[in-house]
Ligand binder design. Structure first.
Ligand SMILES: [Zn+2]
Length: 332
């Protein structure tokens, strides 16, 4: 398929002005944790939201004891299980177009930096960036998103699959500007963003968790063994030092419940709770509590896709927060 999107076909109404947002994430759960509220908001507002996940997350640590047998050193059945978790998460977010890069299982989770799994043929860290980029470029030419979201160059926190997701997404944006091998028309994305979170926002979130604990909220979470408590801001992916480094702030607090539900759908990876005040928080397999925010932050990509033109911070109130809409300044 080349230019037959959106539905309506060649004889239907012109593709514009439909808004199309495509997000590239490394593992199932990353989309909900870092961009879930944004995805739910744009989907609810009628944008076409496409998620491309690069691996099945086969190397994840399993939280529920009842599912521990799925782990890679036991049944090695976590990947297929996480396909189901991701599908459930997408239902919570109202996102119907979700795909795995090259199809489910094409690239395997690489595990943490330095792990022997990084050396395994077929893992995403070992993928050829041009080859994986071309698979993603095919999706870009088909869906024709104006906005592409992924991670910054360090993947947000140095995980090999997140670094690779960044490289592949940036390469795909370049490759898509040429026609596809199947004759699909070239496509240029108007904006590329890297998701991030300003340290002051995290500090406020952790302060709220500590207040909740002072008020008698139970930390650690029930169900975790060993020592638990709070994560630190440095444990969170994509931290930037201050709000001035943020180009777009998406206030999707109206969708925080959908985000929390989507995160909870990834039950092997994430535990979600709410405090007596009704604020959500979560923990990964380390059992350390983290704030769960409905406002999400994006940096405009540097390099070829970062050149300022008409859209840099022109939408929304002036000031350090910049734009409020990922489509700000995008011609429709
Ligand atoms: Zn991940």
């Amino acid at each position: 398929m080349s230019v037959a999107f959106p539905p309506g076909g060649p004889s239907g109404p012109p593709a514009a002005p439909e808004r199309r947002l495509l997000l590239v994430h490394a593992h199932p759960d990353d989309e909900s944790i870092t961009t879930g509220a944004t995805m739910a908001k744009y989907a609810a507002e009628g944008a076409h939201v496409t998620l491309v996940t690069c691996t099945l997350g086969e190397e994840g640590e399993v939280i529920p004891a009842s599912l521990a047998h799925l782990a890679p050193d036991r049944d090695d059945a976590l990947g297929p299980y996480r396909i189901g978790e991701l599908a459930a998460a997408m239902r919570e977010l109202g996102v119907t177009d979700h795909r795995f890069l090259g199809g489910p299982g094409r690239y395997r989770d690489s595990g943490m930096m330095g792990a022997p799994q990084n050396e395994r043929p077929g893992c995403f860290w070992q993928a050829d960036v041009d080859e994986a980029g071309e698979l993603l470029a095919d999706v870009l030419r088909e869906v024709r998103p104006q906005v592409l979201v992924t991670y910054g160059p360090d993947g947000g926190y140095g995980h090999p699959d997140h670094i690779q997701a960044h490289r592949v997404a940036m390469r795909a944006a370049e490759l898509a500007t040429r026609a596809g091998a199947d004759g699909a028309a070239p496509h240029t994305v108007a904006r590329v963003y890297w998701n991030c979170v300003p340290r002051p926002v995290l500090d406020e979130g952790f302060a709220r968790l500590r207040e909740a604990a002072d008020e008698g909220e139970i930390f650690p979470f029930p169900g975790f063994t060993g020592e638990t408590g709070f994560a630190r801001p440095d444990d969170v992916p994509g931290v930037v030092e201050d709000r001035n480094e943020v180009d777009v702030t998406v206030d999707a607090t109206a969708y925080v419940k959908a985000k929390a539900a989507a995160m909870a759908a990834h039950e092997t990876q994430v535990s979600v709770r709410s405090t007596a005040r009704g604020e959500f928080f979560f923990a990964l397999s380390n059992g350390l509590g983290q704030p769960l925010n409905g406002t999400e932050f994006f940096q405009r990509a540097q390099g070829a896709y970062g050149a300022p033109d008409s859209g840099h911070g022109t939408d929304g109130p002036a000031g350090t927060h910049g734009a409020r809409d990922l489509f700000a300044g995008v011609r429709e």
